[in-house]
Design a binder for this molecule. Structure first.
Ligand SMILES: Cc1cc2nc3c(=O)[nH]c(=O)nc-3n(C[C@H](O)[C@H](O)[C@H](O)COP(=O)(O)OP(=O)(O)OC[C@H]3O[C@@H](n4cnc5c(N)ncnc54)[C@H](O)[C@@H]3O)c2cc1C
Length: 264
């Protein structure tokens, strides 16, 4: 049984989080993109996954009433972020005022991009900067629901398809949930990054990756805080392919969220 039409799946993992029988696994398909696969031996055919899939049942999109252009006035905050540092400002407001939980994504030491929660201002640093691969949601939506049930405020920043997945999974609006959907022109599978880095045959295994220098796009790999590989975006194969849109997920090329009306 398929949950979706494969070319439309965003890998938002709403189905994975919703399945009460834990019978959905995320596996790489022939195009090296993560997709949900149902274990037929465990499935009880409740069809919740079909129903909650934002590609089967689109979420409502809203037109913003007002728009503001802004950036952080804190030089350090702005320079250490990718596009003005507003994400950091929202997060910091949540933490310093003890409002609730903050969710975003970061690379771990194996350069796997995953969503997680930050509990302190220091911990928020991990969410900074744009990462140009798809972040793994894991059980994040279930954690968000738990926080909301405990009457906490929650902020979730992600791509529009991830926000759509969260909204579908939650099934109703929560006053204490703030979602921010990034402007996104497409996302690349983690697998392509893994394969690219492996193909570089570096003498050391990198433990950190950034896509920016202070002013320009750079593909930088680090080991123990030292740069071990650095190329300008125009010289770097991975970066060039990303910026030229050569290897996004199939669904990104017909993204229903790249519009003036947003999922909020
Ligand atoms: C895949 C991708 C495509 C983008 N495409 C465009 C574009 O076409 N036009 C444009 O103007 N801007 C684009 N951006 C930039 C994005 O809109 C900015 O990151 C945003 O404006 C926030 O900037 P900031 O300085 O406030 O925070 P930043 O420090 O830039 O970003 C931090 C926030 O972004 C989240 N984030 C970072 N990478 C990812 C990811 N891979 N998946 C989910 N969440 C992530 C972090 O969790 C955190 O919440 C893109 C970013 C990404 C990640």
């Amino acid at each position: 049984m398929s949950i979706y039409e494969s070319s439309k799946c965003t890998s938002c993992m709403a189905c994975y989080n919703a399945c009460t029988k834990n019978c959905i696994e995320m596996n790489y398909n022939n195009s090296n993109n993560l997709e949900p696969c149902i274990n037929e031996n465990l499935c009880v055919h409740c069809n919740l996954c079909l129903h909650l899939c934002p590609e089967n049942n689109p979420v409502q999109k809203n037109r913003s009433l007002e728009a503001y252009a802004c950036w952080s006035l804190n030089d350090l905050e702005r320079k250490s972020s990718s596009s003005g540092g507003i994400a950091s400002i929202f997060y910091s407001h949540f933490i310093t005022n003890k409002l609730g939980s903050t969710y975003g994504c970061s690379y771990d030491e194996n350069l796997q991009l995953k969503f997680s929660k930050a509990n302190t201002v220091e911990d928020l640093i991990k969410f900074k900067t744009s990462k140009y691969t798809q972040a793994y949601i894991g059980n994040t939506f279930k954690e968000v629901l738990q926080d909301l049930k405990e009457d906490k405020f929650v902020i979730f920043v992600g791509t529009p398809c991830q926000v759509a997945g969260l909204k579908k999974f939650l099934r109703k609006d929560f006053e204490k949930l703030l979602t921010i959907d990034l402007i996104c022109h497409g996302i690349v599978s983690q697998k392509y990054l893994d394969d690219y880095i492996e193909g570089l045959h570096l003498p050391q295994k990198p433990d950190k990756l950034t896509f920016r220098g202070e002013y320009n796009y750079y593909f930088n790999l680090y080991k123990n805080y030292k740069i071990i590989f650095s190329e300008k975006s125009e010289d770097n194969l991975f970066f060039k392919a990303f910026l030229d849109g050569l290897f996004y997920r199939e669904n990104c090329y017909t993204c229903p969220y790249a519009s003036i009306n947003r999922v909020r």
